[in-house]
Design a protein around this ligand. Structure first.
Ligand SMILES: NC(=O)c1ccc[n+]([C@@H]2O[C@H](COP(=O)([O-])OP(=O)(O)OC[C@H]3O[C@@H](n4cnc5c(N)ncnc54)[C@H](O)[C@@H]3O)[C@@H](O)[C@H]2O)c1
Length: 434
């Protein structure tokens, strides 16, 4: 059974099923199609399937041409999970958020698996790519598959292979980002490596699904903790009247043992503010607390408050208060050069400023209209950055430093500019670092 599946993968006749066609699933589908595989995309959102079939992208950094290439490769999209039996590989890329108590919400993964389960068959490989706590594949997926009278490692293959993505980073693409892969058994691992080796330049096998799950979580904890550290250093440096960005640039000249991380107005995106708490939750089962994660979370979560206090100080110096001031927030995406708003600290900033009585607007070249969000609602359109418009605000707050902004124009036209990204290194008089 194992060899049959590996042969199908290697001779290009395997059919690849991608479950969840979002930021992770869509580029993976494009990559497999590009390698000549037939791809079936499963999603609960028909509008994504329609968009792919009409060759239109719904993710800013993925061009229409790539989606068109996928559409013309023989791709089929469906919301009908009974077609699961048609595929040889089930690759799950659905969301893994936190619930309202900041605990793991595995409902998307479980729903996907439960929908596919009645239709799984011998000779398939199932790979979970969604980020999750160590143990998920063994505890949640394995027993469900075994209930279908399938023997994992003999006639069914189960792996965990986390996705690594850095939207907007032009140096890497799906093919060139090394992929960690752990199997439930040695045979599962062998199939997993075969599955990814045909599409990804470097596959990194590890001894178990748990190691692969932990590796992904560690990568994201590493970032969250280091960003927390540098955000704390920013506050200390600010009190000492030292520019933290100059400090980081100087420290980064050390050719070993130092990795630069940059402070900002808070954590954003789908991964870094969320994933570390998957481990926090799981560690509790072992009677352990994850103090670094909690501390970094606390520092990073307080950042928007700190930035707002810097805005208040800046206005105060001009005998103004936040209450009644017109404030323009630049950049509402969670990081530069993308249109992704998930967990964006800019939105938290806008909300805090509005609560304090400010009249808030925004400008973002990637988001012409403020999108509908679960927690926040702003009925706003992006402001055009003309001299008159910029100058009509009491304060301009640079939250996300898109490369498309004209920074000297912004500085020339602003009454006060609060810079949370260290864009203004030469300390112009009207710029306040935050
Ligand atoms: N976005 C990133 O940069 C990134 C990077 C690494 C890892 N991840 C992880 O990958 C996973 C997916 O993230 P994403 O950013 O692609 O999410 P996303 O929200 O962009 O996409 C998820 C897709 O899954 C679909 N979906 C929801 N429920 C489903 C179901 N029951 N069956 C089939 N499809 C369903 C949604 O409609 C959506 O199209 C998450 O675990 C995330 O943590 C994301």
């Amino acid at each position: 059974m194992k060899q049959l599946l590996i042969d199908k993968i290697n001779n290009g006749t395997a059919i690849i099923g991608i479950y969840g066609l979002g930021y992770v699933g869509l580029p993976l589908a494009i990559r497999y199609a590009d390698c000549g595989y037939k791809v079936i995309g499963f999603d609960v959102d028909q509008s994504k399937i329609d968009a792919i079939e009409s060759g239109t992208t719904y993710i800013k950094h993925i061009p229409d041409e790539s989606v068109q290439a996928l559409a013309s490769s023989g791709f089929e999209g469906t919301t009908d999970f009974s077609r699961t039996g048609e595929v040889d590989a089930i690759i799950i890329c659905v969301p893994t958020p936190l619930n309202q108590y900041r605990e793991p919400d595995l409902s998307y993964v479980i729903n996907t698996v439960e929908s596919a389960l009645p239709f799984i068959r011998k000779g398939q490989v199932l790979s979970l790519e969604s980020t999750t706590y160590p143990g998920t594949t063994e505890e949640e997926l394995l027993p469900r598959i075994e209930k279908q009278s399938l023997k994992v490692g003999e006639d069914y293959f189960l792996i965990y292979s986390p996705e690594r993505e850095d939207p907007g980073n032009e140096k890497f693409e799906t093919r060139t980002i090394p992929k960690v892969c752990g199997g439930h058994t040695a045979s599962c691992a062998e199939v997993g490596v075969a599955l990814y080796e045909v599409a990804i330049d470097t596959v990194v096998p590890v001894s178990s699904t748990k190691v692969a799950e932990f590796a992904k979580i560690l990568e994201n904890i590493h970032r969250a903790v280091n960003i927390g550290l540098v955000n704390e250093m920013k506050i200390v440096a600010d009190k000492m009247d030292v520019d933290i960005h100059e400090v980081i640039h100087a420290a980064a000249t050390k050719p070993f043992g130092f990795t630069p991380y940059y402070p900002g107005p808070g954590l954003g995106g789908h991964c870094i503010p969320i994933d570390p708490f998957y481990l926090t939750w799981k560690a509790r089962e072992y009677g352990l607390s994850t103090r670094f994660i909690e501390l970094a979370g606390e520092v990073n979560t307080n950042m928007p408050q700190w930035v707002v206090s810097k805005v208040a100080d800046a206005l105060n110096a001009h005998k103004k208060s936040i209450n009644g001031s017109k404030i323009l927030v630049l950049g509402i995406a969670y990081k530069k050069n993308v249109d992704d708003m998930r967990e964006s600290p800019s939105v938290e900033l806008m909300s805090l400023l509005q609560e304090r009585g400010a009249i808030v607007d925004y400008s973002d070249p990637y988001l012409p209209t403020f999108p509908k969000m679960r927690k926040y609602s702003f009925n706003l359109e992006s402001i055009e950055l003309t001299r008159e418009n910029i100058n009509s605000y009491d304060c301009v707050l640079l939250a996300t430093d898109h490369d498309d902004f004209d920074y000297s124009h912004l500085q020339n036209c602003s009454k006060i500019l609060v810079d949370t990204r260290g864009r203004y290194t030469n300390s112009p008089e009207n710029v306040i670092k935050a």
